[in-house]
Write a protein that binds this ligand. Structure first.
Ligand code: ADP
Ligand code: MG
Length: 593
């Protein structure tokens, strides 16, 4: 065979392999899930690329995954007919970490160590190709890309710092297209190479892979065979009864080996929602998005009519730790399929506005072209309609959480995604009606609890026309502001806007259920208790004092006025009717620094 070339792993890879072997020890069986998911990705990639490059399919083989276990020798092989790898891709993909799953694993491991480490979580993350070394001493990857006319063999050993690549020369091992992984199991892990064990793992881990997975199984069928060995007794019988020669038969089991379809390839979103259990939805979520927590809610629906598509959407239980996910909404959270063919998960606001980019799910459309590009997505009328429906369903789902008996769910939701909804107040005027009921705020009468605008409205006084708010940097400072005095005296509730984005969000909403939002720190606050007679008297009595104070303060204030809005404090600084509130000024200052 041609000489193998030796390559060093990128430093991170060696470290990763070490970590995988040491920290996933108790959850070794994930290796099969990872390798099947790579095979499935490779098939997805080929199917997708072949839409525009039909030449890639010149080898007429089915799209499938085949797993064979040799229990006598402790060898497992996993073969797919996917996109395969060129020599350069072998170096790039299996010698370096540039890819999602493995990089995510390293980060998760670091985070979990930083956080004091719950190592049980680790097993749930995508650890990628290198998980093969959890159970293998040696891994051989023989692969043929339709872009290359040669088949290459990558070979690596556990605990080694290098690997080799050579050309496949053994004619017996040539494959038309795709990749065959051969795992030479460690002595203690040879038990994985049992066909029944493989079957069980495939059923457990890969029920949502949309390509057929075949496993090599021993089968049997029964047949009747004639028995021809004549016993002495038989001979005697024969002599006794010569006219009727009796034929003797017995039943035997014929053994043979064959491929058996081991998974259910019907995608879950094509099934009837009535027949899918909550557990199945949650499993699908965890496997598709590499999540380890159950989602807070899910919604499975079909739309018909103008545009037809099916979708399952989820609200995650927590926001990714990166703080910039609102600013950078390219989350890979929505997987778009066209007629069951995976098209893309790389969206930037086409299917969901960016403030809802935390919603995860799958969308399968029959109305989009298979070779749909980003440009088409951005301009398509169909996509606009889809987006509208998806957004509506997402809001229904969130509303559902807010009405759930389990109050903690919405608290969790709000903690993680409240900011996103507030951003929605600013960016999505069209959906104000859907967003507003979902908002939560502290108030002067709510103690530690957050309240909804509905709760506020319910608690309004009979003659109260407006919804009062004050923006401050904390609940404590809001509670202590002199602006509250008069309202507290009248037992009027005031919303405390303590998150920097709150005030802008509220100003964008303008009103809720026809009640205007009114900033109690603004100069024209009208609590409906004006007494013109008294005001006139006061102005006469204190007019000169005001003039004197204005003179002393000069340009520091716009004006000095008599007010009826305080009850115990002697004076208060208010913002002009058209100016920024003090809180906004603070914010603007903070931003310009
Ligand atoms: P991830 O799947 O998250 O990208 P992996 O470590 O699982 O990370 O895989 C690394 C890369 O190796 C993949 O992105 C892919 O390019 C390549 N790869 C792995 N398995 C296969 C396969 N069966 N066929 C084609 N390419 C593969
Ligand atoms: Mg992978």
């Amino acid at each position: 065979s041609a000489a193998a070339e030796r390559y060093e792993y990128q430093a991170e890879v060696s470290r990763l392999m070490d970590l995988i072997v040491n920290s996933l020890y108790s959850n070794k069986e994930v290796f099969l899930r990872e390798l099947i998911s790579n095979a499935s990705d490779a098939l997805d990639k080929l199917r997708f690329l072949s839409v525009t490059e039909p030449g890639l399919l010149k080898e007429a083989v089915d799209f499938d995954i085949r797993i064979q276990a040799d229990k006598d020798n402790g060898i497992i092989s996993i073969t797919d007919t996917g996109i395969g790898m060129t020599r350069q891709e072998l170096v790039d993909c299996l010698g370096t970490i540039a890819q999602s799953g493995t990089a995510k694993f390293l980060k998760a491991l670091k985070d979990s160590k930083d956080a004091g480490g719950d190592n049980n979580l680790i097993g749930q993350f995508g650890v990628g190709f290198y998980s093969a070394f959890l159970v293998s001493d040696r891994v051989v990857v023989s692969t043929k890309s339709p872009k290359s006319d040669k088949q290459y063999v990558w070979e690596g050993e556990a605990n080694a710092s290098s690997y080799t690549i050579s050309e496949e020369t053994d004619p017996e091992k040539l494959i038309p297209r795709g990749t065959r992984l051969t795992l030479y199991l460690k002595r203690d892990d040879k038990g994985f190479a049992h066909p029944e064990r493989i079957e069980k793992l495939v059923k457990n881990y890969s029920q949502f892979v949309s390509f057929p997975i075949y496993t090599w199984q021993e089968k049997g069928y029964t047949k009747e065979v004639e028995v021809d060995e004549d016993t002495a007794e038989d001979k005697k019988d024969d002599q006794d009864d010569k006219t009727e020669k009796k034929k003797k038969t017995k039943t035997v089991v014929e053994r043979y080996w064959d491929w058996e379809l081991t998974n259910d390839t019907q995608p879950i979103w094509l099934r009837n929602p009535k027949e899918v259990t909550k557990e199945e939805y949650n499993e699908f979520y965890k496997k598709t998005f590499n999540e380890y927590l159950e989602p807070l809610a899910s919604s499975h629906f079909t739309t018909e009519g103008e545009v037809e598509f099916r979708s399952i959407l989820y609200v995650p239980a927590f926001a990714p730790s990166g703080k910039d996910d609102i600013i950078n909404p390219k989350t890979k959270n929505i997987r778009l399929f066209v007629k069951r063919v995976f098209i893309s998960d790389d969206f930037d606001g086409e299917l969901f506005p960016r403030y809802l980019s935390f919603v995860k799910g799958v969308v399968d459309s029959n109305d989009l072209p298979l070779n749909v590009s980003r440009e088409i997505l951005q301009e398509s009328r169909i996509v606009r309609i889809m987006r509208k429906r998806l957004v509506r369903k997402a809001f229904d789902m969130i509303l559902g959480i807010s009405m759930s008996e389990n109050k903690e769910d919405y608290e969790k939701f709000w903690e993680n995604f409240g900011k996103h909804l507030k951003l929605g107040c600013i960016e999505d005027r069209e959906n104000h009606k859907r967003i507003a009921p979902l908002l939560r705020f502290f108030s002067s009468q709510s103690d530690e609890e957050l309240i909804s605008l509905d709760e506020y409205v319910e608690n309004m006084k009979p003659d109260q026309k407006d919804i009062y708010y004050i923006a401050a940097d904390s609940v404590t400072s809001a509670k202590n502001t002199p602006f509250l005095e008069k309202l507290a005296e009248k037992d009027l509730e005031v919303l405390f806007l303590v998150d920097p984005i709150d005030e802008v969000a509220i100003q964008n909403l303008k009103s809720y259920k026809e009640k205007n939002f009114v900033d109690i720190s603004k100069e024209d606050l009208d609590l409906g208790d004006k007494n013109e007679e008294k005001e006139k008297e006061m102005k006469q009595e204190f007019g000169q004092t005001c003039d004197w104070i204005k003179k002393r303060l000069g340009d520091k204030v716009a004006s000095v006025q008599i007010s009826n809005r305080l009850s115990s404090s002697p004076c208060v600084l208010v913002s002009g009717k058209f100016g920024w509130s003090a809180n906004m000024e603070r914010l603007m200052k903070a931003q310009s620094m």
